[in-house]
Design a protein around this ligand. Structure first.
Ligand code: ZN
Ligand code: ZN
Length: 651
């Protein structure tokens, strides 16, 4: 027998191995196997089986799973994702069936009919260690013993039962404040429960939106809410895995990790804040779980609800095309609006204008709860010498460096090298350095100094757990100042009186073709989560913009779609980033030439071919869609030094 095995490496082809006769009865599509590869052992996934043999092939070392851990529906979702995101199936399967998924530790052996060894009540994992794995597998295959998991007590071999689906499942885009979204979700979850179904609910993150929805849903449906994701302990995750296989009337909550989780009777998918970048996975298999969730609903033929205060332009386009039904509820309006345009001048507060401090002060005097949004996290992301005018750069790679107050060091944004802060210019020795592009750390420090009796808290992805713990403990509304990045917009239900945006308009320079959309999402989601009564927007005179379009949702989407259509940007075409990294310019140029001449690619190139001086890196942007482009990109995938990214966040 020959098994074709997909390996979790960035190579598109699969590898063939001969299967020793003792493992042959257990080789099935998508089981994990341990195979030799160069001089290592890798976990691979069986994707094809042939009955004839080839003795020249290397042998499979071991078989890991007694049955495949994903069902055929999830397998076809993985296959779709592999093509959609131009990623080898082995890398997709590694994400869908991670190494940490170890059911054999939680499967107990039941009902011993035959066999001469005593196995009853011990785990599969232990049984395989005490006796030979092939013996245990043989008993299982013959039905002499049976496996039941410790969480549900159900037999493991029972097939996963799909929901029968509906003839015309509804796809709904719900745009409204979090309170009305929640009510809508609850109604539809109850409906799914009544029909004996389960619900998959996707959330951007675990510690903030996860905690919020877990608590609310668990109150409504006690004991029927399960979390799945890497953020929780492996035993709890396995509990969810087994419940999802067998249970009924449950909500499975999870972030991007749970989009490939097999769920029996899955009859509704909810995606909360589908537009959040947290749904993007950036390591290994690069994909967007919000997007994959929509495809999952299509494959399972079940309804999907995407809910948000500010839907993505892409989803709004689906509404226009009649693929999604839209339901709208108005956001809680704010009472006061102030726009403050400041000029760069010498302020007694360094990089912070005086008016900003005054605005915070007047709120503090009224004992208000104040939230301050700023796009950057670091103390200062740009350090410039005021004497020689040079910008401080990394001594390793020439990347721009930021100042990290807590570590008193400078950090390179490109290569992450942290070096001590010398307090003088490395080029001319001057001590006159200016911190600009300031972030949360800077403002937080300044306000702590100024308002000593007031509680000031930084809210970033790094501190989100502490912040949530604080609000769990202090349910009463004590006066405070929250300074944060877009993480602030995930503090659902934490009411503030005053919301101040500082540097929000700079997002328009940072975020590429999605800049307007990102700015709109952040503003709207901050208003949704924090429900302020007063909104202050501080803008630098040079960068000041007209804010009116950001407060008119429909007009905003229409204008954005018109712009995208003219440029054939998403959702009118997809974008792929091809990066080429080479040591020598000659070999790089040869690869670039090959890419530029590739059929299906050459007519679609829009981006410039940029060459970064130090690392010899080329970037090519390909725009388009369709099977021909997918095939062309897969042909380029295996070229040495080439990396392809679908739907990049920034280009
Ligand atoms: Zn200098
Ligand atoms: Zn560097």
């Amino acid at each position: 027998m020959i098994a074709h095995v997909a390996l979790p490496i960035p190579i598109t082809k699969t590898f063939s191995y001969t299967v020793p006769s003792l493992w042959q009865p257990y080789i099935k599509p998508f089981v994990r196997v341990l195979v030799p590869f160069t001089n290592r052992r890798l976990t691979g996934y069986v994707v094809g089986i042939e009955e004839e043999d080839d003795k020249n092939l290397k042998e499979i070392h071991d078989i890991i799973d007694i049955i495949p851990l994903i069902d055929h529906t999830m397998a076809s979702l993985c296959e779709w994702a592999s093509r959609y995101y131009i990623t080898p199936i082995g890398m997709v399967l590694k994400y869908a069936i991670p190494a940490s998924l170890q059911p054999d530790r939680y499967l107990l052996i039941h009902k011993q009919k035959g066999g001469s060894i005593k196995l009853e009540g011990i785990s599969l994992n232990r049984a395989c260690k005490l006796y030979k794995k092939e013996t245990i597998f043989k008993y299982l295959e013959e039905g002499a013993i049976e496996l039941r998991d410790i969480f549900t007590g159900e037999p493991f071999f029972a097939p996963l039962i799909q929901s029968t689906g509906t003839t015309e499942p509804e796809h709904v885009l719900f745009i409204g404040p979090v309170q009305s979204r929640l009510e809508y979700y609850l109604t539809h979850i109850s409906k799914a429960f009544k029909e004996g179904g389960n619900v998959l609910m996707m959330l951007p993150d675990y510690s903030m939106t996860g905690t919020y929805f877990y608590n609310l849903l668990n109150k409504e449906f006690p004991g029927r809410v399960y979390w799945y994701g890497t953020a929780i302990k492996s035993k709890a995750r396995m509990a969810t895995y087994f419940h999802a296989r067998h249970g009924k009337g449950m909500v499975i909550l999870g972030n991007k990790n749970c989009v490939f989780l097999p769920i029996a009777h899955n009859s509704l998918i909810i995606v909360e804040r589908h537009e959040e970048d947290d749904y993007r996975n950036e390591e290994g298999f690069r994909f967007n779980a919000g997007q994959v969730a929509l495809q999952r609903a299509a494959i399972e033929n079940i309804p999907v609800i995407a809910g948000s205060a500010s839907a993505s332009v892409e989803l709004f386009n689906r509404v226009k095309n009649g693929k999604f039904k839209i339901i709208e509820r108005p956001l809680t309006p704010f009472k006061e609006y102030h726009e403050i345009v400041t000029k760069k001048y010498r302020s007694p507060f360094g990089a912070i204008p005086e008016e900003f401090i005054d605005t915070v002060k007047s709120g503090v005097e009224r004992k208000e709860r104040i939230a301050i949004f700023t796009p950057r996290r670091d103390y200062s992301s740009l350090i410039q010498c005021l004497d020689c005018r040079k910008i401080l750069r990394c001594h390793v790679c020439e990347g721009i460096v930021s100042y990290q107050k807590k570590k008193d060091g400078i950090l390179c944004s490109s290569c992450n090298t942290l070096s001590p802060y010398a307090r003088k210019c490395p080029y001319c020795g001057s001590a006159f350095l200016r911190f600009s592009h300031i972030g949360v750390e800077y403002i937080e420090g300044l306000l702590k100094e100024h308002f000593k009796d007031y509680l000031v808290m930084g809210v970033t992805a790094e501190t989100s757990k502490e912040v949530m713990r604080f609000f769990e403990k202090h349910k009463e509304t004590i006066p405070l100042i929250l300074v944060g990045t877009h993480t602030l917009s995930k503090l659902y239900g934490i009411k503030v009186e005053r919301l101040i945006l500082f540097g929000w308009e700079e997002l328009l320079k940072i975020a590429g073709y999605r800049a307007e959309e990102k700015s709109f999402h952040i503003l709207t989601n901050l208003l949704d989560a924090l429900t302020p009564q007063e909104l202050y927007i501080f803008m630098d005179k040079k960068a000041a913009i007209n804010t009116a379009p950001f407060f008119n949702m429909k007009a905003f989407y229409e204008a954005e779609l018109r712009k995208r259509e003219e440029a054939s940007f998403p959702p009118y075409g997809r974008i792929f980033l091809i990066e080429v990294e080479k040591k020598h310019s000659l070999s790089g140029a040869a690869i670039i030439k090959k890419i530029m001449e590739e059929e299906g690619i050459k007519d679609n190139i829009i981006g410039p071919v940029v060459q970064k001086k130090k690392r010899l890196k080329w970037k090519i942007i390909v725009r388009g869609k369709g099977e021909r482009l997918t095939q062309a990109l897969f042909r380029l995938y295996d070229l040495p030094g080439v990396r392809i990214e679908a739907d990049p966040l920034s280009i």
